[in-house]
Design a protein. Structure first.
Length: 284
């Protein structure tokens, strides 16, 4: 990735962190004020607390009538990477930030794979999946690799490993690194990516688009590189079946290409993958 893109990603992450910190601080202030309200000063303190929590005294905060950006999407140039697919950009505001969302991946290898996405820990990844699913971005695409880490790699319409949408976003939910060999046996046994984990595959690392991994066995990483999105809650037998497909050498000489084609027939989020709103001009 060019240095300018690295800088864009760092700035986007820094802005996101500042917004989250301000939001958390306002909530802490509101709770402190509410808890300390006395009988005689209740009305006064509540009014002051609402004004304070609303950011009246925060000179650098966005106006209370304007929602803050929750996710930032870094543009990617389809002219320099023809494997990218232009589908517009997801919204940046008014996105779900709590709870879970259900993603259903229907393949030609068995029962649908049902994933519970962790919206709170992977807000932007969940928003991106929801948006792309609404565009039928993943439908009739292939899972083009089975990697040595014990996961199937999907989500690239081009099937080359270089494809995705014309935007990227940063890691949100990287797990902690595996303990060193000197750690206690109990700690050393911890698994970084348990079987059934669904995670983003950044290409390059830390620059996520649409590619994702579904782990069919436990994997422990000394330097975790995949930001976790959620967990398989149904169809794990399908994931395990896919993991058993033999592989052959790819064009680069790595033995990762499935000998048998793996097709995602559809990928939906929530009800039926209804079209998601776009912050930019949506292009199909």
């Amino acid at each position: 990735m060019a240095p300018s893109k690295d800088r864009q990603r760092r700035l986007a992450r820094a802005k996101f962190d500042r917004q989250q910190a301000r939001r958390a601080e306002r909530e802490r202030r509101r709770r402190r004020i509410t808890a300390g309200v006395g009988a005689g000063l209740a009305v006064l303190l509540i009014v002051a607390g609402v004004a304070w929590a609303g950011g009246v005294f925060d000179s650098d905060e966005t106006s209370t009538t304007e929602a803050a950006d929750i996710c930032l999407w870094t543009p990617q140039d389809a002219a320099t990477n023809t494997d990218l697919k232009e589908v517009g950009t997801p919204p940046t505001k008014d996105l779900p930030e709590t709870g879970t969302e259900t993603m259903t991946i229907t393949t030609d290898k068995g029962d649908p794979i049902v994933v519970s996405m962790d919206v709170e820990s992977a807000t932007c990844a969940a928003a991106s999946f929801t948006y792309l699913a609404g565009k039928q971005f993943f439908d009739n695409t292939t899972c083009h690799e089975i990697i040595a880490d014990g996961a199937v790699r999907c989500g690239d319409p081009s099937g080359t490993g270089n494809g995705g949408p014309t935007y990227s976003f940063y890691d949100e939910n990287l797990p902690a690194a595996a303990p060193s060999p000197s750690a206690s046996p109990a700690a050393a046994a911890e698994v970084t990516y348990p079987k059934g984990t669904v995670a983003m595959y950044g290409n390059p690392r830390g620059s996520n688009g649409s590619q994702f991994l579904v782990f069919f066995k436990d994997f422990t990483a000394a330097d975790p590189a995949y930001s976790i999105v959620g967990t398989v809650t149904g169809g794990l037998d399908t994931v395990e079946k896919i993991g058993k497909i033999p592989t052959v050498e790819s064009a680069t000489g790595d033995k990762v290409t499935p000998k048998e084609k793996i097709t995602i027939q559809s990928l939906t989020v929530g009800g039926a993958g209804a079209a998601a709103p776009s912050a930019s001009a949506a292009q199909s």
